[in-house]
Design a protein around this ligand. Structure first.
Ligand code: APR
Length: 351
């Protein structure tokens, strides 16, 4: 999984580089800055003294000394003054400069704290969004594993409104008997608040009744048509295809490249080539759902892809309910979904 959110002490991360939320003097301080200097030992400060400070939004690199990482990238985040003093652009620059320094120094893995979200007062949900947006944009063009390290739970919010919305959605469904009756879910959708994006209407797919007829009912209109022999063969072939065959077919049908799909799914290239080369590959459930999200599948298509891998969505599983929430809202941003999954202590989407 190229971008992961983990709860840890960044000084413990065994990665090529960790990023320090420093101040412009680079002479140490409290928070993560203090923790890194303590763990690295006095030679880090001795080196930093020679660097002549660092401008806000910029970054400088040193060795990791006694830390379990090769490098420390020191970046200086903006102090929050309400959001109209260019804070967002400066914070974006911290992540961009740190990532390019990591790349220039051959790093394959980097760990970030939530820069500026502590002493510098940047609202945590906004700080997280900047981090995720800049890192995921970088990962579309670069191969690297990036961690966002959350030190304590309170230092992490996805925004009260979204959190409350998801919590309510979970409560409404978590208790109910698991049912695979699409019509109940479809009727639920009508009562769901829109969040600025159209809700995907999941077509209801009933089991084929006759060899010559497959019925697809959608909310807008019922369509029960007979297929030509050619179409029918296609449909019957789809019923027999494996997960990886369905995945590759859907990538083609969506007009995506393989790379676009696995990057949007937050899946690394190595795993994708394993899936691509093995028609009977058995993926994990989070991996299947990550691809469904990357392909923008409806709930019914997601269920179908899960079935190919031997899984099903269940209302007795918070992870599944949160994924269903985002699909029905039409929000296919896998990093936003992972932020929500992390906030609810669930495993993340991806490998
Ligand atoms: N590992 C990971 N994250 C940590 C750790 C740790 N050991 N310690 C703190 N954090 C988190 C905080 O919870 C916060 O979410 O790092 C984030 C950044 O908080 P700060 O360290 O306060 O950094 P920042 O808000 O950027 O303020 C920088 O604080 O420490 C001084 O010298 C530093 O003056 C600079 C200012």
């Amino acid at each position: 999984m190229p971008l992961q959110i983990v709860r840890n002490d960044i000084t413990k991360m065994k990665v090529d580089a960790i990023v320090n939320a420093a101040n412009s003097s680079l002479l140490g301080g409290g928070g993560v800055d203090g923790a890194i200097h303590r763990a690295a030992g006095p030679r880090l400060l001795a080196k930093c003294i020679t660097l002549g400070g660092c401008k806000t939004g910029d970054a400088k690199i040193t060795s990791g000394y006694k830390l379990p990482c090769k490098y420390v990238i020191h970046t200086v985040g903006p102090v929050w003054h309400g959001g109209d003093k260019g804070e967002k652009e400066l914070l974006e620059s911290c992540y961009r400069r740190s990532l390019s320094l990591a790349k220039e120094n051959g790093c394959e893995s980097v760990a970030f704290p939530l820069i500026s979200s502590g002493v510098y007062g940047y609202p945590k949900d906004k700080a997280l969004k900047v981090a995720v947006d800049v890192i995921s944009e970088f990962l579309l063009e670069n191969e690297m594993t990036v961690y966002i390290v959350v030190f304590d739970k309170k230092a992490y919010t996805i925004g009260e409104k979204l959190f409350a919305d998801i919590a309510e959605y979970i409560d409404d469904r978590y208790a109910e008997e698991h049912s695979d009756c699409y019509s109940r879910r479809l009727s639920d959708m009508d009562s769901m608040p829109y969040m600025g994006s159209t809700v995907h209407r999941a077509p209801k797919m009933s089991a084929p009744t006759m060899a010559s007829e497959v019925c697809y009912d959608s909310i807008e209109d019922d369509f029960c048509g007979s297929y030509s022999p050619v179409d029918l063969n296609e449909k019957l072939k789809e019923l027999d295809e494996s997960f990886s065959e369905m995945l590759l077919r859907m990538i083609d049908e969506k007009g995506m490249t393989d790379a676009e799909c696995y990057k949007k799914a937050n899946i690394d290239r190595k795993l994708f080539s394993k899936i691509r080369s093995n028609a009977s590959y058995k993926p994990s459930k989070p991996t299947v759902i990550a691809f469904a999200i990357a392909l923008g599948l409806t709930l019914a298509e997601t269920e179908e892809m899960l079935k190919k891998a031997g899984f099903a969505l269940s209302h007795s599983n918070k992870f599944d309910i949160i994924v269903e929430y985002f699909i029905l809202k039409g929000n296919y941003n896998i990093h936003e979904i992972n932020e929500a999954l992390f906030a609810f202590d669930q495993s993340l989407l991806g490998v």
